[in-house]
Design a protein around this ligand. Structure first.
Ligand code: AMP
Length: 585
């Protein structure tokens, strides 16, 4: 079993693919999100997650958060401003007299995730897929891998976060060359990536972002708003933290509620705070911050050489995209409603789990379970549909049939490939056609095998082989399974609506073909053997033949079938005599 891990700036998650389902694992308190915060206790022990976050306010000097911003960085790189040490040397973090590397700190978060998963699963877990931002360079990716190894994992794959998110949204099922924008606004960072699906694999075409833009900025703006509304004076560091925490809570609740009351007893000295806050008010102060994402979106589109309308989908990642204002802005920037089908704060982790499942070999079945939405077949004599692969067959699949010539002297066959549920080929869709030639043969002597192979990607290969001469032809049809749901529904509805007429048409055609074969044969036999039969029998046969001709001309199915069966009965003796003569000969 391979774990999928989203090692985030603010929060981290772990999951596994278990019994056919991707599952994110929760700690003993039922939380799936583990804050990416590490607190170093004086006695040498380490606290991670919510417990560490609680210590942050009291002991900021021995608590580390957002280390992801520093992983794989050197002094002088972005994010290392204000840190001391020689330029170009690896970043270290002084904590309780030790100098820790960011990967050592990150490994504490990973150890905690590993412990959560092992407790839930009841067995050890030693392999992982870990996600990183698309813009991470080799050093940052290598450092993340090292963090995983320090936590006791073999890191099977480092996966780009937008790719993971796209997997979670099921976008690997889009048609090839589809383009997707991944808008990721988390607690502290913003990223916009443009991906293109290429043979089932996502390629990152462009990525832009701001490593200092996220929900934390919104919390600050809302805290300032609350302080202004409540006319608060200077606050102690502790009160200031309480205010920011309540601002975050209000922000999150106002994503679903229209207004709420904030109460903070004894916030500053003996005075308490109680004010009403509306969604409209917070949107006003958050808007300028969210607006800053726009430029990155436009730059990414430009870098990818695309226009907003070229995008097939826009997906949301990161807790902050739960805000209605963010969703509205995204829709405006891309002139397209974003896809809201997944939990934005779990999408990356879920994608990591799916990637893990692919590596485990557990997900191949997904494609194998695809089915043909409509039947595939070829047109046979009389314009009938001959089904070779029935609808709802699991793919990949292979099926075939042997055909022969219906007319003497025929020297080829046209193989017309059809898709649909109707009895007559003209009512189905023609996917293609080709000719296979063979030496002129008496009726029924040619042997042409036709084989349909439909692969897991829905590509149909039709092979026709004249088994006598060995000549063969192959054609490939790309779009056999790529049929829109509406078209499939219309075809199925049509086949139900016309079921009786279709069946009637098929029975009539089959009867017609039999009549056309039988009438000249009876005529020829009578010419040879009329003298050997009693005249009444000859008259009877001629009358029955005339009835077949007349039923055929009248297009009457039931009458034609009855007339054929009567002619069959009446010619029994004639047929026996014909055989006897042939035997003597
Ligand atoms: P992430 O980095 O994806 O875990 O996102 C964390 C950020 O999402 C924090 O700033 C949270 O306050 C924010 N967030 C989580 N839930 C919501 C919500 N319902 N509405 C607005 N922001 C949210």
């Amino acid at each position: 079993m391979i774990a999928g891990i989203d090692l985030g700036t603010t929060n981290s998650l772990i999951g596994v693919y278990d019994s056919g389902f991707p599952t994110l694992l929760a700690d003993a308190d039922g939380n799936r999100l583990t804050p990416s915060v590490v607190h170093y206790v004086a006695n040498g022990s380490v606290l991670v997650g919510r417990e560490a976050r609680r210590m942050e306010a009291l002991h900021p000097e021995s608590t580390l958060s957002s280390v992801k911003r520093l992983i794989g960085r050197r002094l002088g790189d972005e994010g290392t401003e204000g840190m001391t040490g020689a330029m170009g040397s690896a970043v270290t973090l002084p904590i309780r007299g030790r100098n820790l590397t960011p990967e050592e700190v990150s490994s504490e978060i990973l150890k905690r995730l590993k412990a959560i998963a092992e407790t839930r699963l009841g067995h050890p877990l030693s392999q992982a897929v870990i996600t990183v931002p698309a813009y991470f360079n080799d050093a940052q990716r290598a450092a993340t891998k090292r963090a995983g190894e320090l936590a006791g994992f073999t890191v099977e794959r480092i996966l780009a976060e937008p790719t993971a998110a796209a997997l979670a949204y099921g976008l690997d099922k889009l048609r090839d060359r589809s383009k997707v924008a991944v808008y990721d606004l988390g607690g502290g960072t913003f990223d916009l990536s443009i991906l293109q699906l290429d043979n089932g694999v996502f390629e990152v075409l462009a990525t832009h972002g701001d490593t200092r833009l996220g929900g934390d900025d919104l919390d600050e703006a809302i805290a300032t708003l609350i302080a202004r509304k409540a006319k608060l004076g200077d606050l102690t560091p502790e009160s200031s933290i309480r205010l920011t925490e309540s601002a975050r809570e209000a922000k999150e609740r106002l994503s679903t509620e229209e207004s709420l009351t904030i109460r903070l007893p004894f916030l500053s000295g003996s005075s308490s705070l109680e004010i009403l806050l509306t969604r409209g008010e917070i949107e006003e102060v958050c808007d300028p911050i969210i607006r800053r994402t726009r430029a990155h979106c436009l730059r990414s589109l430009e870098d990818a050489g695309l226009k907003a309308e070229d995008l097939d989908q826009v997906i949301l990642v990161g807790g902050s995209t739960r805000m209605p204002l963010v969703q509205k802005s995204v829709a405006e920037i891309f002139a397209k409603e974003p896809n809201l089908s997944q939990h934005p704060d779990e999408a990356v982790a879920l994608g990591a789990v799916l990637q893990a499942a692919i590596l485990e070999g557990n997900l191949q079945h997904v494609t194998l379970l695809d089915v043909t939405p409509l039947s595939l077949g070829i047109e046979t004599f009389g314009g009938l549909m001959n089904v070779i692969i029935p609808r709802n067959t699991t793919i990949p699949t292979k099926a075939g049939e042997m055909f022969t010539n219906a007319v003497a002297g025929q020297s080829g066959m046209t193989i017309t490939i059809l898709q649909g549920e109707r009895e007559m080929s003209a009512d189905n869709w023609k996917l293609g056609s080709f000719d296979i030639l063979f030496p002129p043969a008496p009726k029924g002597a040619a042997r042409v095998g036709v084989q349909f192979s439909l692969d897991a990607n829905g590509i149909l290969e039709v092979l026709a082989r004249d088994t006598t001469a060995g000549t063969e032809k192959i054609v490939e049809i790309k779009s056999a399974v790529e049929v829109s749901d509406e078209a499939v529904e219309a075809m199925l509805a049509g086949s139900l609506e016309h079921a009786f007429e279709d069946m009637d048409a098929r029975i009539f055609t089959e009867a017609r073909l039999k009549a056309e074969e039988m009438l000249p044969a009876v005529e020829a036999a009578l010419e040879q053997l009329a003298g050997d039969l009693p005249p009444t029998e000859v008259t009877d046969i001629r009358a029955k033949s005339a009835e077949v001709t007349s039923a055929l001309e009248a297009n009457e199915t039931t009458r034609l079938k009855q007339a054929l069966s009567a002619l069959d009965q009446a010619t029994q003796t004639l047929a026996t005599k014909l055989i006897e003569r042939a035997m003597k000969g």
